[in-house]
Design a protein around this ligand. Sequence first.
Ligand code: 2P0
Length: 324
Amino acid sequence: MAKTARAHTNIALIKYWGKRDQDLILPYTDSLSLTLDEFYTTTTVQFDDQLTEDRIVIDHQDMPLANMGKVVTVLDRVRELAGITTPAHVISENHVPMAAGLASSASAMAALAGAASRAAGLDLSLTDLSRLARRGSGSASRSIFGGLVQWRRGNDDVTSYAEPILEQVDFGLEMLAIMINQDQKKVSSRGGMQLSVDTSPYFAMWPNVVEQDLTAMQQAIAEQDVATIGQIAEANAMRMHALTLSANPPFSYFEPATMTAIQAIQNLREQGLTCYYTMDAGPNVKVIYDRAHRDEIIAGLAPIFGQDQLVVAQPGPGITWLEE
Ligand code: 2P0
């Protein structure tokens, strides 16, 4: 039977950058994210005896299987768990406000794990779904849950999964994405993080850095202190990006407009607004701020980037299944 699941993307406040085990996708560190309501993927899966191989359709386009390694990894794991060999028909749609590149593999692999497991007749716990989604993409382990979520790095496949630390985030924490460039990135996050692990002399420090940032972040969350959450997230993101600049060969996800955005946010902060920035494996900047300052922040950024490049996102929910 066909099953449909929806999962939302997430933005890490404490970043995941580096795997100890590339097959199982076991990270060197924990990470912590906010699931967002604005960006999500809806995926339908049906296992179909009539097919001779998997068929994967994303945003109405038939995809060559050779480029679908992450999807096939999750499907194969589901088939292994269910004891079947049947090919799957996967139909996936990314919902984003514009043709934005923000629909990451996080929402995609989480929705796929939810739809494929149910389509195969499995009734997995959310913890097991997080472990399954992780096999497709590390950050997807976090998109099973809503709100603030921590992926525990664990020691093996069984112990590496995410769990919610605060599902209802109602103390004013909000994000705004500044869309700078939606082109395919030159260095994938998978390739980029491995190059950092293999060649950055600073990578040895990264697990300690994350441990300290994580402890401080947990305390800031417990105190519902948006400014401190933003401060720690900003510093942690720049520490992650230092692992790209210090790799060999060095690389960076920054573009000129990325710096323009960072300076604009710093200027708004000097004017007394609570706003900080974070960035992932691409040039787009996400602003972390207190909802009370939203209008002033948008008013400050719109003359530089244009209103249509600014997308507000609230904390969002965990995985859901849609009835046929
Ligand atoms: C994160 N990123 O924590 C970090 C910060 C990007 C920068 O997780 O190789 O697509 O599939 O496990 O999860 C993006 O990497 O990588 C990511 P894989 P993934 O959100």
